[in-house]
Design a protein around this ligand. Structure first.
Ligand SMILES: [Zn+2]
Length: 103
C-alpha cells in the first residue's frame, strides 16, 4: 500500500478560495488556492528532476478559482484552475503535506 487514504470529504469554498479536506483520521486541512497552485507538481510548474519550483507564485491570479476536480484512481485529484491550468495531479499525500507545511 502506497500513500495515504483519500479524504472522506473534499469541498471547495470558492468565495474564500479554500479547499477543505477532511481526512479519515479526523484531521481537517483548509488549503488556500494560492498555496495549492504555487505548489503544483506538474512539469511546467516544477522541475521534474531537481524538484525546484519554476512557477513564480507572484504570477498567480489573485482571483483564482477552482473550476473542477477529477479523481485519479483513489490516490490523487486533478485540479482545474480558472487560469486554464489543469495539468497538476495532486496526490493525497501532497495535499496532506501542504496542510502540514502551512501550520
Ligand atoms: Zn502545474
Amino acid at each position: 500500500m502506497n500513500g495515504i487514504d483519500p479524504p472522506s470529504n473534499l469541498r471547495a469554498h470558492q468565495a474564500e478560495q479554500v479547499l477543505e479536506l477532511v481526512w479519515g483520521d479526523g484531521r481537517t486541512d483548509r488549503l488556500g488556492y494560492h498555496h495549492i497552485r504555487a505548489n503544483c507538481p506538474c512539469a511546467s510548474c516544477r522541475d521534474e528532476w531537481t524538484g525546484e519550483r519554476i512557477l513564480d507564485p507572484a504570477t498567480i491570479a489573485p482571483n483564482l478559482k477552482l473550476e473542477g476536480m477529477e479523481g485519479i484512481g483513489n490516490y490523487a485529484v486533478r485540479l482545474v484552475w480558472s487560469d486554464g491550468h489543469s495539468s497538476g495531479l495532486f496526490t493525497w499525500e501532497t495535499l496532506r503535506n501542504l496542510g502540514q507545511d502551512s501550520e
